[in-house]
Design a protein around this ligand. Structure first.
Ligand code: NDP
Length: 308
């Protein structure tokens, strides 16, 4: 049966984005491109929820037979608290961006970190970061830290405005793997950057496209990759680093790959079976330098990285 015939018979299962607001979101475009490519009898819709209705709406979707939902700002923590079962990652994160409705129960997962890592691995193949600098210590930083610790990155610096938040993250993640974690201030960035090989910018500074969370060093070493989580119009930091000839990746790739990982959860299949290129094409990701291949060859090699 074609998708149109199923629509006429109201025989489509639903996936949802739950957030407030959601009007700007690219997720429906990304997910529906994949569903169409797969010929799946599912449709992905966005719901802008009044905050007081979140729990009731999420439970109601399960009762209506929805397959699952993505959850975005400001409901990720409330989604976590609502779940009957949690993945190991979601448990550590204390926040869910994926809900699955199965046999009357709500399963929660978190694909932000694993999606970000996929973006890095596919955008910069054969890159094994040894020393990562994470700017920020909020919810997004928590996802990145989990991914870096799971990947076995030996050393991480957390640079944040509030030491309290950064120390709380250090405490949580230090016990999880063999990674050594150090907390320091954003002011130290210009001195630290050349000793790293990866910088992940997770603060919200730069959303205004005017400000940067750190001062740039006089020289940005070419082998230091910048992953900026903000997407859309380039931030001043991303622009400046790109002009210095280093590899940069903005947050669009993370958005696409967390979506692909979400779909893999709902379809109960492997990431390899998800048409992530189609999902990326739907929002212009495949035309960006790091994914269209034009930055190949200027990336880091493990041998090229100098350590203190
Ligand atoms: P949080 O509110 O949890 O954390 C914000 C972070 O930014 C904190 O570290 C905070 O520092 C820092 N910060 C805010 N203002 C300033 C400032 N003026 N100077 C220095 N530091 C500042 O937000 P999230 O972690 O959820 O999100 C952060 C960013 O990541 C957002 O821009 C969001 O759009 C992006 N993001 C992108 C995703 C993607 O798929 N591409 C997914 C998730 C997030 P402090 O602790 O001191 O307050």
């Amino acid at each position: 049966m074609s998708w149109e015939e199923r629509l006429a018979r109201a025989d489509l299962k639903t996936l949802w984005l739950l957030g407030h607001p959601v009007g700007h979101s690219l997720s429906p475009r990304i997910q529906n491109a994949a569903l169409q490519a797969l010929g799946a009898p599912w449709v992905y819709l966005a719901a802008d929820l009044d905050p007081k209705n979140f729990e009731e709406a999420a439970r109601g979707l399960g009762q209506l037979g929805a397959v699952g939902a993505n959850v975005t700002v400001p409901f990720k923590e409330r989604a976590w608290a609502l779940c009957d079962e949690l993945s190991d990652r979601a448990r550590v994160m204390g926040a869910c961006n994926v809900l699955s409705f199965v046999d009357g129960k709500i399963h929660g997962d978190n694909t932000d970190g694993v999606g970000w890592l996929r973006a890095l691995e596919l955008g910069v193949p054969d890159f094994y970061p040894r020393r990562a600098l994470v700017l920020g210590a909020g919810g997004a930083a928590r996802a990145i830290l989990l991914a870096l610790v799971e990947k076995g990155v030996p050393q991480i610096f957390i640079l944040n405005r509030s030491f309290e938040r950064a120390n709380a993250l250090k405490e949580q993640f230090s016990g999880l793997g063999a990674t050594s974690i150090t907390v320091t201030s954003l002011d130290r960035f210009p001195q630290l950057v050349s000793s790293g090989d990866l910088v992940v910018q997770t603060t919200s500074v730069g959303l205004d496209r005017l400000s940067s969370p750190v001062k740039l060093p006089l020289v940005w070493p070419k082998e230091v990759v910048l992953s900026e989580l903000i997407y859309g119009e380039p931030t001043p930091l991303l622009k400046a680093v790109r002009e210095r000839g280093a590899m940069v990746c903005d947050g669009l790739a993370m958005l696409v790959f967390q979506a692909a990982e979400s779909l893999a959860r709902w379809m109960n299949c492997s990431f390899e079976e998800i048409p992530w290129r189609v999902m990326g094409q739907a929002v212009g990701l495949m035309a960006t330098p790091i994914f269209d291949g034009s930055m190949r060859g200027c990336g880091p090699t493990v041998e090229a990285i100098a350590f203190e």
